[in-house]
Design a protein around this ligand. Structure first.
Ligand code: HEC
Length: 173
C-alpha cells in the first residue's frame, strides 16, 4: 500500500512537470540559440504542423454531416468531455490533475474551426490524438457537431422562434 502511494505521488508530480515546463514560444527570446530568437526558420522540406488542417470546403455542415458528427462525438469525445461537451463525465471526475476542458469554455467557443480540427487530429496536452481513428470527413463532422452543441447550450429559450421554443420545451425537465 505504501509503495502504491509513493508511485501515485510520483506520477502526479511528473504529469505536472510536463504540462508546466518552460517553453520557447514564438516571439520569445532564449539564450540557448545562436540568434536568441525562439521563432527559427524550419529546415528545408519540413511540413508545417498547422498544415494538418484539411479544407472544410469539401465537408460543409449539413443535417447529414451533423448527425454523423453526433454519432462520432458520442463514441470518441463524450466518454471524457460528456454528452453535452461540458466536461461532465465519469472519466473526467477521475482526471483530477488535468480534467477534459468544457467545450463551452470561451477559449474553445472562440477558437477557429481549424484549431478544433487540429486538436482532434493531434491531441492536446493530456488529450490523446484521434487522427488515426477518424478520417477527414468525420473530423469535420465532429467540428460541426461541437459548434451545434455550443449553440444549443448558449441559446436562451426565449430567443428561439415560437415553434422551436415549443419543441425545445418538451425536452426540458
Ligand atoms: C481520454 C479523454 C479524452 C477524449 C476521449 C477526448 N478528449 Fe478532448 N481533452 C481531454 C483533456 C484531458 C483535455 C485537456 C488537456 C490539457 O489541458 O492538457 C482536452 C482538451 C480538449 C480541447 C481543448 C483544447 C484547447 O485548445 O484548450 C478540445 C477542443 C477537445 N479536447 C476536443 C475533443 C474532441 C472533439 C474529442 C473527440 C474527438 C475529444 N476532445 C476527445 C480529454 C479527452
Amino acid at each position: 500500500m505504501r509503495l502504491a502511494l509513493v508511485l501515485l505521488a510520483a506520477c502526479g508530480w511528473d504529469a505536472n512537470r510536463m504540462n508546466d515546463q518552460p517553453r520557447c514560444e514564438p516571439g520569445d527570446r532564449t539564450p540557448w540559440l545562436p540568434d536568441q530568437r525562439c521563432d527559427q526558420a524550419p529546415p528545408p522540406n519540413v511540413v508545417a504542423w498547422r498544415e494538418i488542417v484539411a479544407p472544410v470546403a469539401a465537408h460543409p455542415p449539413s443535417p447529414t454531416t451533423i448527425a454523423r458528427g453526433a454519432d462520432r462525438f458520442s463514441r470518441f469525445c463524450a466518454p471524457c468531455h460528456g454528452p453535452l461537451g461540458d466536461g461532465n463525465s465519469a472519466v473526467a471526475r477521475d482526471m483530477v490533475l488535468r480534467p477534459p476542458r468544457s467545450l463551452h469554455d470561451p477559449k474553445v467557443v472562440g477558437s477557429p474551426d481549424g484549431e478544433l480540427y487540429r486538436t482532434i487530429v493531434a491531441g492536446y496536452g493530456m488529450m490523446p490524438a484521434y487522427g488515426t481513428y477518424l478520417g477527414e470527413s468525420d473530423r469535420w463532422a465532429i467540428v460541426h457537431y461541437v459548434r451545434v452543441l455550443e449553440r444549443s447550450q448558449a441559446t436562451k429559450l426565449a430567443e428561439l422562434p415560437a415553434p422551436h421554443r415549443e419543441e425545445a420545451q418538451r425536452w426540458l425537465p
